[in-house]
Ligand binder design. Structure first.
Ligand code: MYR
Length: 185
């Protein structure tokens, strides 16, 4: 029998993190399943997941800004990099790649090759059209709205539907300039 050796602090922390991530993944799966039962229509479930994500995103931005120490981005390209490299890493545990920019620099793709949210997930045929990860697009949309960026976000690749990666198309619709809060007189 192997001797009992106490785990180091780091090892304990890593296993707690793994258990937390798995618990989160399984809980999310249970929520999606319940929504499918309650709402019946896949399109309604997609909307609901997006809305849930949005509600999370508008709150999560404060935690993100406080913890990440990122300063104001100079343009949308920098913002996309921050979301992909810092935001996704912080809240999902994996970074995304930013790619496929349009000429104006207002639309790009965030690509995930690994997505912990779908660990243990297999979609039955009855779930055709389900955007299982819609919570993520909602989170990004909500968080960006809180820093004055209105976006439209759509999934264009989804491994649960047989694609080779997850790809979120992020389009900046409008950037509301922040108002100077004091009068200059
Ligand atoms: C700025 O104010 O210019 C910085 C804006 C940074 C926005 C970052 C939004 C982070 C969203 C995290 C998404 C996590 C998805 C799992």
């Amino acid at each position: 029998m192997a001797p009992l050796v106490p785990k180091s602090g780091d090892a304990v922390f890593a296993s707690v993190e793994r258990v937390n991530a798995e618990l989160f993944t399984l809980t999310y799966g249970a929520i999606v399943r319940q929504l499918l039962t309650d709402l019946e229509e896949v399109e309604e479930v997609n909307k609901q997941l997006d809305q849930m994500g949005y509600n999370i995103g508008v709150r999560l931005i404060d935690e993100f800004l406080a913890k990440s120490n990122v300063s104001r981005c100079v343009d949308f390209r920098e913002t996309a990099d921050v979301i992909a490299k810092v935001g996704f890493k912080m809240f999902l545990g994996v970074a995304a790649t930013v790619t496929n920019w349009d000429a104006e620099g207002t639309t790009c793709s965030l690509v995930l090759e690994d997505n912990p949210l779908v660990d243990f997930v297999e979609l039955p045929d009855t779930c055709q059209g389900l955007r299982y990860c819609n919570i993520l697009s909602g989170v990004v949309r909500g968080a960006l709205e809180m820093v004055s960026m209105k976006t439209e976000i759509t999934w264009i690749r989804d491994m649960l539907n047989g694609d080779d990666a997850y790809e979120l198309r992020v389009k900046l619709l409008k950037q509301v300039p922040e108002e100077y809060p004091y009068k200059d007189d």
